[in-house]
Design a protein around this ligand. Structure first.
Ligand code: GUN
Length: 272
């Protein structure tokens, strides 16, 4: 059965819209986009569209590729100090001459809708409530919950250890009492680990989950999205051959992608 991210995301967006309309202070998301990365431009447009749909004010600040790190940090300070702005998102990746971690660290934790600042990451890691959970893992948990997929005691294999998906996914699954194995490029015998998993979550951007790898009746969540040799949008999972072994599987597109956007809007709707 498909995990229908699009349908679940639309339900969540409807709920956010109602709540935003009822709440006092209007949320205002500021998105900073540095340079001309074409994928980033599409992601930012989609975030803007979703914000508009749920009644969240959004401002996109486009800065040239040549922006210096100091200029970017100054812009972030300005937004931190602006009481009209309730959320700040710096679209990644940044140009190479800018240190991503310095930029992320500069964002006020209470406006960090991505949940990427050391304060929010640290709070999640030590069991304090972060001001925001990272959008993609939060969206995946909401999707699994919608289908009543049990996390407590489940053996989960996460493929990929990025700050955006793999690492926060690990923390959020631990919080839900799952047993988590995080695999990456140095992992020995990934196939055997996948074979024992109740839930596989793949976030690497390469075809890594193929036929006969997964356990019968397992759950597979595909976070990858990229274009294949035929320029078709595809994910990490070879859907056609893997789906038949699974109880639930998320398609690409229409799975994790829309959930990430809905999850980000949930974050952006919060006002501290
Ligand atoms: N680039 C890819 N994913 C993300 C994300 O979740 N947040 C930001 N800011 N940039 C990204």
């Amino acid at each position: 059965m498909n995990l229908d991210g699009k349908a679940v995301a639309n339900k969540i967006l409807d709920r956010i819209k109602q709540e935003v309309a009822l709440n006092g202070k209007k949320p205002h998301l500021a998105v900073i986009l540095v340079g001309n990365d074409s994928a980033s431009e599409i992601y930012v447009k989609n975030k803007q569209k979703a914000a508009e749909k749920v009644g969240i004010l959004s401002t996109v600040i486009k800065l040239p590729e040549t922006t210096t790190q100091d200029e970017l940090l100054t812009k972030i300070q300005e937004l931190n100090n602006n009481d009209d702005v309730t959320g700040i998102l710096v679209q990644l990746p940044l140009p190479e001459h800018i240190d991503k971690n310095s930029v992320v660290t500069a964002i006020s934790a209470k406006k960090d809708v991505d949940g990427f600042t050391p304060e929010n990451v640290g709070r999640l890691a030590i069991g304090l409530e972060p001001y925001y959970y990272p959008a993609t893992p939060q969206g995946i948990i909401m999707l699994l919950d919608e289908y009543n997929i049990q996390l407590e005691g489940a053996d989960v294999v996460v493929i990929g250890r990025s700050n955006i998906v793999g690492k926060p996914m690990l923390q959020m699954l631990l919080k839900r009492n799952a047993t988590v194995t995080v695999c990456h490029s140095y992992t020995k015998d990934i196939e055997n680990k996948i074979k024992t998993a109740d839930i596989v979550i793949s976030a690497v951007g390469k075809k890594v989950v193929r036929c006969k790898m997964v356990k019968k009746n397992s759950v597979v969540v595909d976070v990858g999205i990229f274009r294949d040799a035929n320029n078709q949008l595809t994910g990490d999972v070879d859907y056609a051959t893997v789906a038949e072994s699974t109880a639930y599987i998320s398609p690409v597109p229409g799975g994790v992608g829309p959930m990430t956007i809905a999850s980000l809007m949930l974050n952006a709707s919060k006002v501290y």
